[in-house]
Structures are given as C-alpha cells and as structure tokens.
Design a protein around this ligand. Structure first.
Ligand SMILES: [Zn+2]
Length: 477
C-alpha cells in the first residue's frame, strides 16, 4: 500500500511547545493539536498508491451519502430515486450515476441542501459567500472544523516544497481592516497557522491594493525567502522588478494564490529570479483541491478532504491529456453536502506522477483570471469587485466587469428578471465601494457570459492600454 518514500518530512520541523520548560519533544497548544493531527495524516497519505486513495475516498463517500440520504432533503429525494442503500458498499457504478450539480442548482436549492440535524461538533456552522471562478455567486454553509483542514493543507504545501520556517516570509494579499500603509507591516513570526505549530522566522505583509511600483520597492527591501502573491499582481510586478535589476537573493520560491496562474509566468520567474512558483488550486466552497508536485509544474489532487473528478462531456473521467470539467465532492461536510458539484473550472487530466505520490495528477487548471483595475489617475491595483454580494441585492446569477478606459467600467449581469433602477444603482455603489473609486459605470443585462480563450473566465477584464495609463498619469501629475 505504501510506495517507495515513506519517510516523513515533518519530523525534522521545529515544533513549538506550549508547556514552559518542555522543549523536546514539544507538546503543542490546543489550537495547534488538531491541525497537527491532520497535517501528519495528509503528509503520510501522499505516499499511498492510487488504488488505496480511491478505496479510502469511496469509504468516506459512502459515509457522506448515508448521512445526506437521511438528513438532507435534496439528497433524500435524489438518492432515494437512484436506489441508494446505506448497507451496501458504494460501487463505482452507483457513483457514476449520481447527477452533476451545477452552480445554478446550488443557487436554487441551497435551503434543501441544508441538513435538518447539525451536530454540536460542527458549530459554529457558518455561511460562506463565493463568486467562484465564473462570476456566479453562491452561498454554502461550512462546519468550523473545515478551517482545521484548510490550515493543515496550507502548511502541507510549504512542508512538501521543503520550506524552512525559520526564514522570512512575505505576503502581498488583501488585508482588510489592518490599516496597512505603503510601508506594510512587519511581524516577528509567520502568523497562524504556521506559528501556532512551529518556531518561525519573521514575516512582512503588504496590501495588494498598493500600487505595483510601491510593491516592487517593498519586495526588494524585504528580500524574503518566500513570497505569497496573486498571479495577476505578479504579472504587473515582474517588469518592475526587471527594471530595477532586482535579484531577491534570499528568495526560495513564490507561492501564487487566488487565481489561475498563467503558465508563461513560471518561465519568466525562473528566468528573472531563478526560483520556482508553487501554485495550489482551492475554492471558497470546498477549500484546497490540489497542490503542486514538488518535482514538477503539474498538480496533485488531494483526495483526502475533497474528491475531485475531471469529467468529459459524457461525464466520464478524462484520459491523460484530455480537458474536462472540474467536479468536486466535499468529503468533510455532510451537513451541507456538495456532491459531484461542477465548480465551473476546466482542467487537463494528467498521467500518474513519477514522484511516488499516489494522488491523481492534473496538468493544468483553467480557472479564474483577473486583470488589475486602473484608477482615473492612472494608478493600478488588484481589484476587489464586491461581486460575491451582488446576489444579496438582486437575483443576479452571474457577473463580469470590463474596464474600457481609466474612467469607464461596464458591469455585465445575468439575472432572473430585469433589474429595477434602484437595484442597478445599489450594485454600482457596491462595486465602487469594493474597488475603492468611482467610475462612469454602466450595467448591461445579458443572457449569458461566456469564457474567454483557453477556457479562462475573466471576472475582471481590463481593456485599458499602457497609452491610456500614461495619459491618465500625465493628466494627474
Ligand atoms: Zn508528483
């Protein structure tokens, strides 16, 4: 069952003890313990072979379906119709006939997807809003322990890529409500969850809404070992680092988060900075779905917390090299089950990996891509669109923002009925509030919003040219 490399990378990490005077072996504190328990299992499970992963996943899927059939109205009806019997082990044949759940179904059926019996251990059971990767806002409910799995997987990514937790980590992300200036913020540790479990080096935070020029100077000053950043932000940053002749001599790798990574960026980063990009695939709805193989640029599907299938038009598993829809089942949420949920992305299936890990491989993922927003004065930043909240204002099923000039923004909406003038005004106000500036904004109601080239979905697209940016800067200089 266990293949060539059972040795653990975790054992050598600097675990932090919560007990004064006890250093080794460390006894971690109550926040760290469940995360550590999951991290150890995930790290161990990577060396299981593909058949063992599948058999474990099917065991957990059976448990999930059994609870869903009993406690969740939507699945009580659906699984009853399919003749689900909880006393019979789940077969591949039965699994394959469960219909795919679309984002539209999730939008329509969310009340009937909620369990009638939510155990105490799941509390607080919280609502999560996601505009997802296709601009279609959905609401899901998640048990508190999902956070534990998210933290453990987040750490696993650093662990399997050989991170040295004593070095400096830097993050350029959205840090709401922290009042960060263009200087960012320095911390003596990496922050949770890493510093709950490990002795770590310092970290530095900068808000992604800072101008890319400010970001470039900041990164050079920080010279971190690890940098976390949105891919669209990294695309804007690279030419500025090149201009400045930046070497970032301490840099070990860049972790990309939040969007699809354009593959050409990997080469650019290797060429300019001599390091790799470490990418992962996650969503608000289910958490981590895949992490990058430490030995290749492709990804391993983490079948431990989320069972992910890449399916063709006939809902059959894609062969290596074939591109299909990403269909996920959250293995950890029987109280709001997402079973064979079409998350809205496409991915290319891969052949088994030679690294020895039995997790299935995907070669590439076609998810959400973004452009930076340009303000009327020509400054630019990573966009917060507010799109996840549009459905609270009106029955909006999908949205896309297109910026045509530094002044002009179009919001494309698919809705269940024509919107009132008040609703349109409120959506524009919400978008301006999240973007942090006012634009000449028009709303266009459309029948559907399609994907761009290569299956990418651009939830914020910019048609602003470098000439327009230069002209705006001159005008405001
Ligand atoms: Zn691999």
């Amino acid at each position: 069952m266990v293949s060539a490399r059972p040795q653990s990378q975790i054992n050598s990490l600097p675990f932090k003890s919560a007990i004064p005077g006890v250093v080794f072996p460390a006894l971690p504190g109550p926040k760290a313990l469940p995360i550590m328990a999951v991290l150890y299992q995930l790290e161990r499970n990577q060396w299981l072979d593909a058949a063992a992963h599948r058999s474990r996943s099917f065991g957990q899927l059976h448990s999930l379906l059994s609870i869903a059939a009993k406690k969740v109205h939507y699945y009580h009806i659906l699984l009853g119709r399919l003749g689900f019997d909880p006393n019979v082990p789940l077969s591949e044949e039965f699994w394959a006939q469960i219909p795919i759940m679309t984002r539209g179904t999730l939008q329509d059926e969310k009340q009937r997807l909620l369990s009638t019996d939510i155990p105490q251990e799941y509390q607080p059971f919280t609502k999560v809003n996601s505009s997802g990767s296709t601009g279609m806002p959905v609401e899901v409910y998640q048990p508190s322990y999902k956070r534990t799995f998210f933290s453990a997987t987040n750490l696993l990514e650093d662990v399997i890529h050989g991170a040295d937790f004593s070095k400096k980590s830097a993050s350029i992300r959205i840090f709401k409500g922290m009042g960060l200036t263009s200087e960012g913020k320095d911390l003596p540790h990496w922050g949770a969850p890493a510093s709950d479990l490990f002795h770590t080096g310092p970290s530095a935070l900068l808000d992604a809404r800072q101008d890319p020029d400010v970001q470039a100077d900041w990164v050079i000053r920080q010279n971190p070992a690890y940098l976390q950043i949105f891919p669209s932000n990294l695309v804007a940053l690279l030419p500025l680092l090149r201009e400045r002749g930046a070497k970032l001599s301490n840099l070990h790798y860049i972790r990309s988060v939040g969007e699809q990574l354009p593959s050409y960026i990997r080469e650019e980063v290797r060429d300019l900075l001599g390091v790799k990009i470490v990418d992962a695939y996650s969503s608000q709805e289910v958490g981590f779905m895949a992490i990058q193989c430490p030995e290749h640029d492709h990804y391993h599907l983490l079948q431990d917390a989320c069972f992910t299938e890449i399916l063709n038009d006939e809902n059959k598993p894609c062969a290596p090299g074939e591109i299909g829809r990403v269909v996920v089942t959250d293995l950890l949420n029987p109280a709001f089950p997402l079973i064979r949920y079409d998350i809205g992305d496409y991915a290319e299936a891969g052949a088994p990996c030679d690294c020895g890990r039995g997790w299935p491989v995907v070669n590439r993922i076609m998810g959400r891509v973004r452009n930076l927003v340009t303000f009327p004065d020509g400054s630019r930043q990573w966009p917060m669109t507010g799109g996840a909240h549009f459905a609270k204002i009106a029955p909006v099923r999908q949205h896309q923002m297109i910026q045509e000039t530094p002044m002009a923004l179009r919001i494309l909406l698919v809705s269940e009925r024509p919107l009132t003038d008040d609703e349109k005004a409120e959506i524009v106000a919400r978008a301006h509030q999240h973007l942090g500036s006012k634009f000449d904004t028009s709303i266009e109601e459309v029948g559907e919003i399609s994907r761009g080239e290569n299956g990418k979905f651009e939830d914020f697209r910019s048609n602003v040219t470098p000439e327009m940016i230069a002209a705006a800067r001159r005008q405001y200089a």
